[in-house]
Write a protein that binds this ligand. Structure first.
Ligand SMILES: Nc1ncnc2c1ncn2[C@@H]1O[C@H](COP(=O)(O)OP(=O)(O)OP(=O)(O)O)[C@@H](O)[C@H]1O
Length: 285
């Protein structure tokens, strides 16, 4: 089994048969309000709780708003920031404003992807980041689609070279079938698509893993909810949405059992790796 990074987002590791393959760059793609940012933040915070440092690259929101939205779900990153285990790369303010001047990692030219990758590299090295979320990569090439692929490849090289596993938030329009453009879709290792569908005056959330290199994954669309505690995926159910009807069905016992076993195996590997890390740290002291 390839080494996995467990997301610990309820249900996500199950549909990925254990978690995201280590060092993958995964596109979190979807329309407005589908839960991409929340899922990304949850992935980071779940890592922080387990001693895996993380970085949030803020391209869409002021760092102050980013911290507030973490807190909205009870994910207080301030202590981790003080301990040097979490950092925000501010690629939003350009360093303008009093609050921005207090930020440690600031990209001065927000449309300069080379400066962004330099600041990101420095932040990853300094805090020893294992997980990175870029929210959103679409901002980097919205007005210049010709550079989308090279932008993704540049970030991918930085992240994979430093051993990080990353979620790239990718914005698509309501009703758009793609995930962020051909250059982007083929360059990334995985694509997870989040959806909101209106049927009969009600919105339904769902999630589907479209691709994930180096692992098998669920090929079904699963129902999803956002709660005060974050995203929850109903991994043992799938959802069939047509223009006028919504049906939620139970997966077979065999499918459920296979996913459960894969997650148990991934957890075993993860705790062994943690144990080895502790032993190495003790030896070094
Ligand atoms: N406490 C909560 N309980 C339930 N749903 C919530 C809660 N907080 C936020 N939401 C839902 O999450 C949505 C926002 O999710 P998120 O910010 O992750 O969207 P997004 O996919 O990143 O969208 P965009 O591309 O527009 O930024 C809100 O529109 C709302 O429906």
């Amino acid at each position: 089994m390839v080494p996995r990074v467990r997301t610990y987002v309820p249900g996500l590791d199950e549909i990925l048969f254990g978690g995201v393959p280590e060092r993958s760059v995964v596109l979190l793609s979807g329309g407005p309000g589908t839960g991409k940012s929340i899922l990304g933040k949850q992935f980071l915070f779940n890592g922080l709780k387990r001693d895996e440092p993380g970085i949030f690259v803020a391209l869409e929101e002021h760092p102050v708003a980013v911290r507030r939205s973490f807190r909205h779900f009870g994910w207080d990153v301030s202590q981790y920031e003080k301990e040097g285990k979490f950092a925000i790369v501010d690629a939003f303010t350009g360093g303008v404003g009093a609050a921005a001047q207090r930020e440690r990692y600031v990209v001065k030219q927000v449309d300069d992807v080379h400066e962004l990758s330099d600041v990101l590299r420095q932040a990853i090295k300094e805090i020893g980041a294992r997980r990175v979320v870029v929210d959103s990569v679409s901002t980097l090439y919205l007005t210049k689609p010709a550079v989308a692929r090279s932008t993704i490849m540049l970030l991918k090289r930085v992240l994979a070279g430093l051993g990080c596993t990353a979620f790239f938030v990718s914005q698509v329009s309501v009703g758009e079938r793609g995930f962020g453009g051909p250059g982007v879709e083929h360059a990334v290792d995985g694509i997870i698509r989040l959806d909101l569908d209106e049927v009969d005056g009600k919105l339904y959330r769902s999630i589907i893993v479209w691709k994930m290199r180096d692992t098998k994954h669920s090929m079904l669309r699963h129902p999803m909810e956002i709660k005060d505690t974050g995203v929850e995926i109903f991994w043992d159910k799938y959802i069939r949405i047509s223009g006028t009807s919504v049906k939620v069905e139970q997966l077979s016992k065999e499918e459920v059992e296979a996913m459960r076993r894969a997650v148990e195996e991934a957890e075993r590997q993860t705790s062994q790796a943690r144990q080895r890390k502790v032993e190495i740290e003790v030896e070094e002291e």
